[in-house]
Write a protein of this length. Structure first.
Lengths: 434, 433
């Protein structure tokens, strides 16, 4: 135990190295800045130091420190690093086929940070990702929020500092057809809901026992990994990321949320456009995906790229995700343009790629916008983020450049080629788990 | 006009003559006379077919783009004139549409829409028959569902012509055909009933079949054996005198047409060794080859160029996994730069999304460095040339089909909409998407 903590500390120390090396301020001048939480700035200046943003503003209004390393990025566009609320990069698998419920299973125990999918995500301009276990279960396991630093181990990528004691991500849940199957999986939608409700009722009782123990170890219930994670969910400390497609399944997810009071983010919500008022009334953030065509599975036949606009109009916090595997992280920026194509405002579409995701993961105090004091996570683009022709030129995480299109070692991950391939992009039960 | 009926026979050009004679009454399509007669009830009126499209920029794909151009489509659904608005008078009674950008109807060089349905359930998946790995006798038009949602989806996104049929995954999976993305049945949609025979070389084949082939090398041996049989069949048929012709064999008949060069082999091969195997087979048996997918083709540019083989490249956004693990977003550009004939395709998707859209794939190819007009050509005239239908579609030129797409901006910008789609003078999709 002590030993693993020691190793962990070592890992964190190594992770801190690149950021520590960036004590000298770095200034980016001449670019159009899109801070997201404030209007765009033409000919802006962005100054970062120690992994944080120290100044953002128009040229002339921001003092560039004398010792700063200055990057002239005239004609480029800088915006915050993209936040993907739902991805499967890193090649990990969550729960297995032994049960429909795996609240105790952690995806962070299974991620390979050297998997090429992570470098490809950096090439796509992603800087924060919610890596999830699959959706072939009612509860596939605990998700993990990662920062796409260049890392040696998973510890280098985590948001949480103490992996043994902190909550490092959310909880993946799913309804509809993916979790349905032969025993021990439910056979119907109503049974799916009943299994989940029973589990949450148990967790409520477990929490009550802990409350009654009032700190007395002799009165505490025996440790139960499933119950412990679900108590975190009940207490709103662990966000539920709920894979759901059909309009009725969306309402079921909301009903469960209302009964048990957890924090909920709807993921996919393919038919969200049919129940936007209900989603708005429940105040549930919704993360959607851009797809090139409907169908491919029965639940997605009525999928529409118009959900983004419908959710925006209804006042719902709307974000985007790749479901990487399903869509490639390198095309993630396209989501915003498709949102606009199908009726979203430009501002909401860009917000959806950054701040909305940050809020859904509860990380908006650190990331999601270009603001003084926030993490220096940003991307340098060749042009407007909504243009097809725009390329991600550089990706910076906490003041460290993790992707540069001009670097041949990075270029291959941006466009593909021999050496950039992933032998098995999907390690869990094929695509059907989605 | 070369009209091909549903039985694959080339019909006399009479259909066009009748069409001209009956101007305003009915438009004959490239299908058999019986089917044409049955279609009369759906034939467009003259008014519908007389259309003028005016665009701020008209990409004709037959010469430089025209600023402030006009395309006139006559009552027979054919393009009458293309030119500058200042030079072309729009005749009275023509319905006029205007747009920022006008292109030819898009041509999807290889798809499975109409056979692989959007529900992705057993009952709507007809692109791959698994009872035997070699079934070139399977005909696409016996399985095409013209009302499939994905056909409509492609049409709404400006795709007016699709080369579709049996998909990759078998040693020889069946025949392909070309359709327009309209009509209530295959007869109303068809342009060419037997276009190519779809074959696949790659590790995915062995996974689809229980017994044979179990390896790619075995699959190639099986292909060679089948071609040898077909050579023998063709020889016997040719030398046959009264009464001693070989018994009809549907499999041998279509392979004999492949061997004679009448019907090209469309070989899906992604890995370098599989592409080389396809080229080797072509050298051994002398058939016409169209390479398909070809993820690692950028490593064999000299060989492909020497073989003079066109390549229908995988979608730009295809997943880089399995046989495509070394795919790149730049392959089409690299091949085109080397002078190889290329086109893009929507391909086959086993899951979500169930089809890709060549408009988006060409846009991504442009994003990764393929010049704009080359990207547009890869889903219009270049695709039409590889498919052998450039006399009818792929560019806006007098005498060609009146297939036109109207955009409210740069077609490749994701924020641009496809607003009107016209097939042979009929508005088949209206409303910006």
């Amino acid at each position: 135990m002590k030993r693993s903590v020691l190793l962990l500390t070592l890992g964190l120390a190594l992770a801190a190295l690149p950021a520590a090396a960036q004590e000298r301020p770095v200034a980016f001048t001449g670019a159009r800045l899109i801070p997201i939480t404030s209007p765009p700035i033409e000919n802006g200046v962005l100054v970062v130091q120690g992994g944080k943003i120290v100044a953002v503003g128009a040229a002339g209004s921001v003092r560039i420190p004398n010792d700063a390393e200055v990057h002239d990025v005239s004609g480029r566009v800088i915006m915050p690093g993209l936040v993907d609320t739902h991805s499967h990069i890193g090649g990990g698998s969550g729960g297995d086929r032994s049960s429909a419920m795996h609240p105790d299973v952690r995806i962070l125990d299974a991620i390979d940070v050297r998997d090429e999918s992570i470098q490809k995500a950096q090439a796509g301009g992603l800087t924060t990702v919610n890596i999830m276990p699959g959706s072939g279960h009612l509860m596939s396991g605990q998700t993990v929020y990662v920062k796409l630093r260049d890392g040696r181990t998973i510890y280098d990528l985590l948001y949480c500092k103490d992996v043994l004691n902190e909550i490092c991500g959310g909880m993946k849940m799913a309804n509809g057809t993916n979790p349905i199957g032969s025993s021990p999986f439910p056979g119907t939608r109503a049974k799916s809901a009943a299994i989940v409700r029973n589990k949450f009722v148990q967790a409520q009782e477990y929490r009550e026992k802990i409350r009654r123990a009032n700190g007395d170890p002799s009165k505490m219930p025996p440790r139960d990994l499933e119950m412990e994670a679900l108590v975190q969910v009940l207490e709103g400390k662990r966000v539920v990321h709920f894979h759901t497609h059909r309009h009725d399944d969306i309402l079921t997810a909301i009903r469960l949320q209302q009964e048990f009071g957890f924090r909920l983010v709807l993921q996919h919500a393919s038919e969200a456009y049919r129940v936007v008022d209900e989603i708005a009334k429940a105040g549930v953030p919704t993360s959607i995906i851009v797809l090139d065509s409907p169908g491919g599975k029965l639940e997605a036949i009525d999928f529409s790229n118009e959900s983004g606009a419908a959710l925006e109009k209804a006042g719902v916090l709307v974000g985007y995700h790749t479901d990487d595997g399903i869509t490639d992280s390198r095309f993630f920026l396209r989501s915003a343009a498709f949102g606009v194509r199908y009726g979203m405002s430009r501002e909401a579409a860009l917000y959806a790629m950054t701040m909305a995701g940050a809020r859904m993961l509860g990380l908006d105090d650190r990331i999601g916008s270009l603001e003084r004091g926030k993490d220096a996570d940003f991307i340098v683009l060749s042009g407007d983020p909504l243009s097809t022709y725009t390329r991600v030129l550089q990706t910076w995480v906490e003041g460290v450049k993790v992707f540069d299109l001009n670097d041949p070692r990075d270029y291959i991950y941006a466009v593909g080629g021999r050496g950039a391939g992933v032998v098995t992009t999907y390690h869990h039960e094929g695509m059907e788990g989605h | 006009m070369k009209a091909i009926d549903i039985l694959g026979k080339v019909a006399a050009p009479a259909a066009a003559a009748i069409g001209d004679a009956a101007r305003g009454a009915a438009m004959r399509r490239g299908i058999g006379a019986a089917a044409a007669a049955a279609m009369l009830a759906f034939a467009p009126t003259a008014l519908e077919a007389q259309i003028a499209v005016r665009g701020e920029t008209v990409y004709t794909m037959a010469g430089p783009a025209i600023q402030d151009g006009v395309v006139l489509i006559g009552p027979n659904g054919k393009i009458e004139r293309v030119g500058r608005a200042s030079d072309v008078r729009i005749p009275d009674g023509y319905r006029t549409f205007t747009a920022k950008v006008v292109t030819p109807g898009l041509v999807d060089a290889h798809s499975v829409v109409g056979l692989a349905g959007y529900m992705n359930q057993e009952h709507d998946q007809d692109q791959l028959e698994r009872s035997n790995a070699i079934q070139p006798e399977l005909r696409a038009f016996d399985a095409y569902n013209a009302r499939e949602r994905l056909v409509e989806w492609l049409r709404e996104h400006g795709v007016t012509t699709v080369h579709t049929g049996h998909g990759p995954g078998a040693v020889m999976s069946g025949q392909t055909m070309i359709v327009k993305t309209r009509g209530n049945n295959v007869g109303e949609a068809i342009v060419d009933s037997v276009t190519m025979v779809a074959m696949t070389i790659g590790p995915e084949v062995a996974r689809n079949f229980n017994s044979r082939p179990g390896t790619t090398a075995k699959a190639i041996a099986m292909m060679r054996a089948e071609f040898l049989k077909a050579q023998e069949y063709a020889r016997k048929r040719e030398q046959a005198r009264d009464g001693n012709a070989p018994a009809r064999d549907l499999k041998m008949e279509i392979l004999a047409r492949v061997l004679s060069g009448e019907v090209p082999a469309l070989i899906t091969a992604h890995r370098a060794q599989d592409i080389l195997a396809a080229l080797r087979l072509q050298q051994e048996f002398g058939f016409k080859l169209v390479l398909d997918g070809a993820a690692e083709s950028y490593e064999l540019i000299d060989e492909i160029k020497a073989a003079g083989v066109p390549v229908i490249i995988h979608p730009t956004m295809a997943r880089h996994s399995g046989s495509l693990q070394n795919a790149t977003m730049e392959t089409i550009r690299r091949l085109r730069d080397a002078g190889i004939q290329v086109a893009l395709q929507s391909g086959y998707e086993g899951y979500v999304p169930k089809t890709r859209v060549v408009l988006f794939e060409a846009a991504m190819a442009a994003a990764y460095g393929l010049p704009f007009e080359q990207a547009l050509a890869s889903v219009t005239i270049d695709a039409a040339r590889i498919l052998g239908i450039a006399d009818r579609v792929g560019s806006l030129e007098r005498g060609k089909d009146g297939d036109v797409v109207l955009f409210d901006g740069d077609p490749f910008e994701h924020t641009t909409h496809v607003c009107i789609v016209i097939i042979e003078g009929q508005v088949v999709s209206d409303g910006c998407r």
